[in-house]
Every structure is written in C-alpha cells, then in structure tokens.
Design a protein around this ligand. Structure first.
Ligand code: MN
Length: 230
C-alpha cells in the first residue's frame, strides 16, 4: 500500500481522511525531522495549506497583508519538495502547498490578490458563517493536462468546475518546467503541474474538504495510485 507523507498543518484531518479514503497510508511530516528521514519509505508527498511563505524566499519585501509566516516550515517544505521531485516521487500540493512548490523551483507569488490583481474575484470569504466546502468561484481547466484528465469523468467533457477558495496569494511568475493547468475567470492561477513526470500537481483550492462527498476523489485516487508505483 502507498505511504503518503503529509506535511503537518493546523487542519490536518481532512487531508488525512482524503488519503485514507482512497486506500493510502499516512505519515505526518514535521520540520523536526530531516528531509531524508521524512522521505524514508514514502511513496508520495502531499503539501498542505497554511500561512503565507516568507517573501524573502522569492526575493520580495513583505506586503502589509502578510502578517503570519513560519520560515522554518517554509525551509523544511521547500527542501522536502526539491528532494521529492529529484527522486521523481508523486507530489500533490494544495493551496499554500502549490505556492511552496512554485517558490521552491524559482517561481514568485502575488502577495495579495485583492489589492494586486485588478478586478479580482473573491478568493477568500470575508463574511462568516461559511463551510470549508462552500463553492467560491469557477476554474477553467486547460485541455491536455493531467488535471483535465483527472477531472474528465466528473466533468463529462466540460472544462469548467466550481471550487472552494481560501487564499489571498497566488502564482505570479511560474517556476521553470511547470505549466498552468487551471485559472479562475479573473486570471488568477488555480492549478499548476510538471508535465515531465506522471504526477506532480498543485491546486489552489481545497479538494480535501470534499472527502465525504467525493467531488475531487479522482485527484487523490490517482495520486495514491502513482505513489504505490514508486
Ligand atoms: Mn481561488
């Protein structure tokens, strides 16, 4: 059975359940261990959500909206994903995880969508109450991408889908070797992938919040399946 390493975060339970429900085993990875130790026996790496990345890691000064950072976590996760990619391990990166993936390989971020992307949609609900799986906006999925293939059965040939959204940052400069696989109607990057390997995918929304209802189960299924082959 595939052992999936999940980077620790405050809302770990839905990530854990999303992997367990498609037959994966889980190990929670923590900055207290070294990268080699963390990856020992791991078939795939799941990068989770959380606070903003310290902007100095992509050579920018901090925007006023960036108030909470954890450089130790940033450094651990960037080293982890670089080593995982060097080993060609399947990588699934969610929200902050997508941003870690992009910055680790030389990309940069929009630090605050609301103030830096003219005419942007709401990517973060500001008025409570809301549920984690409440849908926020559409994404347009590019044809001939891994994401498109994974979503094909559910979308029945369509190339748009509604997603939840809890982020205020996004990809600005895309890391070399990656391609954009989905965007929101306002142009914000919502998914990226490395087309040179079987499974290296980042999504800006939170598919793990849907583990009970299965809207994005195929992403976790294929990820865990790919991790079982390493
Ligand atoms: Mn969004």
């Amino acid at each position: 059975m595939a052992l999936i390493g999940i980077t620790n975060c405050r809302k770990i339970e839905d990530y854990r359940q999303a992997v367990l429900h498609v037959g994966g085993d889980v190990r929670i990875l923590d900055p207290s261990s070294g990268v080699a130790e963390a990856l020992n026996g791991i078939g795939g790496v799941l990068l989770t959500g959380g606070e903003d990345i310290e902007p100095s890691f992509y050579a920018e000064a901090r925007h006023s909206s960036v108030t909470e950072v954890d450089p130790q976590r940033d450094e651990f996760e960037m080293a982890l994903v670089r080593e995982a990619r060097a080993r060609k391990l399947p990588i699934f990166a969610i929200c902050r995880g997508l941003q870690v993936l992009n910055v680790a390989f030389g990309g940069t971020l929009v630090q605050d969508i609301a103030s830096q992307v003219p005419g942007s949609l709401e990517h973060r609900f500001t008025v409570p109450p809301h549920q984690p799986f409440d849908l926020a906006h559409e994404v347009w999925i590019d044809k001939e991408t891994l994401l498109s293939r994974l979503m094909n059965e559910r979308l029945g040939g369509a190339d748009t889908c509604d997603v939840n959204s809890r982020h205020h940052q996004a990809v600005k400069q895309l890391a070399a070797g990656f391609q954009i696989s989905a965007t929101a109607p306002d142009g914000v990057v919502e998914a990226i992938e490395d087309p040179s390997v079987p499974f290296c995918l980042g999504v800006q929304w939170h598919p793990e919040n849907f583990w009970r209802t299965g809207e994005f189960r195929s992403l976790f299924e294929e990820f865990v399946e790919a991790a079982g082959k390493t």
